[in-house]
Design a protein around this ligand. Structure first.
Ligand code: CO
Length: 497
């Protein structure tokens, strides 16, 4: 008996929940642009599910056969799933950024990527080339009657929501000037107290340097700028995401240093010159949203490195921030191919709750979920408010670090967890929660996630039941091809066909 148990434990220890060679195939370029009605469907698309799922992510992982150094350098490819009358239509299209068009024509890299992709010809041909390639690959939102592809270091690109054709760089009606960045992680405050309960979109921009400027923008649902506020903080900022409450925008200034020399001399990408300082605390910056409140609050917290926040809220004189934190920055070593990364050597992202008492200024932290997780998502009505359910991508195994192969629904009130796993062949993307029309329960809705099937080298969209996540998928919509691993997306109630 003991032998059997030991044997089982050894097998589990030695085997992986996935096949590395299958996982690697998910990073193959998708060179084609498709449009078709999805007909290969398991289950049934709910007829009340009406609207459009937009997703963004690197679609081109090589340029004319030259592999890029890191997937974050890949050109943005938009996927749209249009749902109407229980049917689904699919379309994908590359964002025609200036660099994408030029490099397609040249058939080789003409720009350096932030994450280490270099032009051919060694350091000599890359040194002192500080041109930024706007790759429009991180997120996509429909707001103010505009579909915008976002990349945090430059301006958004506007696309036609029905054809996905690129209209061009969008300066948000003059809010941005040429070359000004606009982050890829906007929040929608569904009932903004400053605007009589109307929804507003909040986003930010970082201007990094020896001291860094954070600018916060709030837009009306017509896309009109309502509020703008800038605040400078000492030191370099690497801030990818933020969180909101009705009163504050919350930024985690990760403890990093930046040495620009390897970038300047053409040896590394700018992103590779950022070094995480794991022994230093994170500086948390609370920028008030109400223009009459001038008091920015700062405090320190031991968090590790944070890319994504799940949510934040204020209750009983305290601020709570739920974030995915890494003990160390998951960076691929300069001489290692990202596809050969040994997951076991990297720290997993874990879900933490940080709290700050406005009165006593006491800071606390608590581990909410130790399992490897990323891409948190909450009910859109709960943005910035106390909430119960969190959806996120997780590893199949309960411990260690591995690709995301399952979706978890975490009940933060009871501690219950529900898991829907696609292992060993499936790899999930960010789960997007779409509330059922006129439903009142927080988990009454559909969880949409793109799944790459490594055994068939194609992708599907899974529709899971928010109230029965661990149960069978409501539907699996099989595409005719694969979609490389993506980043972020959003749901829009309108159908653009
Ligand atoms: Co992100």
């Amino acid at each position: 008996m003991i032998d059997t148990i030991t044997q089982k434990a050894n097998t589990a220890h030695n085997s992986k929940s996935y096949y590395p060679e299958e996982w690697q195939q998910g990073y193959k370029t998708q060179p084609n642009e498709y449009e078709y009605q999805i007909e290969d469907i398991e289950g049934k698309i709910p007829s009340e599910l009406e609207g459009t799922l937009f997703r963004n992510g690197p679609g081109r992982l090589d340029i004319g056969g030259t592999p890029i150094k890191h997937p974050f350098d890949g050109d943005g490819m938009i996927n749209a799933f249009y749902f109407k009358d229980g049917k689904a239509y699919y379309r994908n299209r590359y964002v025609r950024t200036k660099a994408y068009v030029e490099e397609e024509k040249a058939g080789k890299p003409l720009y350096r990527g932030v994450f280490g992709t270099q032009k051919p010809g060694g350091w000599l041909s890359n040194a002192f080339d500080f041109r930024l390639k706007n790759i429009a690959n991180t997120n996509i939102i429909y707001w103010g009657d505009k579909l915008l592809a976002l990349w945090e270091a430059a301006e958004p690109h506007r696309l036609d929501p029905s054809t996905l054709k690129t209209i061009g760089i969008d300066y948000l009606d003059g809010v941005l000037k040429e070359g000004e960045a606009f982050a890829a992680h906007p929040w929608i405050d569904p009932h903004c107290e400053l605007d009589n309960g109307e929804p507003c979109l909040i986003n930010f921009r970082i201007e990094p340097g020896l001291s860094s400027k954070i600018t916060v923008f709030e837009f009306s649902s017509q896309g009109k700028l309502l509020r703008r506020r800038s605040h400078s903080v000492p030191g370099f900022c690497f801030i990818h995401d933020f969180a909101i409450t009705p009163n504050y925008c919350i930024f985690f200034q990760n403890a990093v240093s930046f040495n620009p020399l390897p970038f300047a001399f053409g040896l590394q990408g700018a992103g590779e010159c950022v070094k995480f300082q794991p022994k230093e605390p994170t500086n948390v910056i609370l920028i008030p949203r109400n223009p009459e409140n001038k008091k920015v609050i700062n405090f320190k917290v031991e968090s590790g490195f944070v890319f994504h926040h799940a949510n934040a809220f204020e209750t009983d004189g305290k601020l709570y921030i739920d974030s995915i934190a890494y003990k160390s920055l998951p960076q691929v070593q300069p001489d290692t191919n990202y596809k050969d990364v040994d997951f076991a050597l990297l720290d997993p992202g874990q879900l933490w709750r940080f709290s700050y008492d406005f009165q006593t200024k006491k800071v606390e932290r608590k581990l909410l979920e130790s399992r490897c997780c990323e891409f948190p998502y909450v009910h859109p009505d709960k943005a910035g408010k106390a909430y119960r359910y969190l959806f996120m991508g997780i590893s199949h195994e309960a411990t260690g670090n591995a690709p995301l192969q399952a979706i978890m629904k975490a009940d933060l009130q009871t501690g219950d967890r529900a898991i829907h796993s696609f292992a060993p062949h499936g790899y999930v993307s960010e789960p997007i929660f779409v509330p059922k029309p006129s439903a009142t329960e927080e988990d009454a809705g559909w969880v949409l996630t793109l799944v790459y099937d490594g055994s068939q080298h194609r992708s599907s969209l899974a529709i899971l039941d928010g109230q029965n996540l661990a149960g069978d998928a409501i539907a699996r919509l099989h595409l005719k091809h694969h979609i490389p691993y993506g980043l972020h997306g959003s749901w829009c109630d309108r159908v653009f066909i």
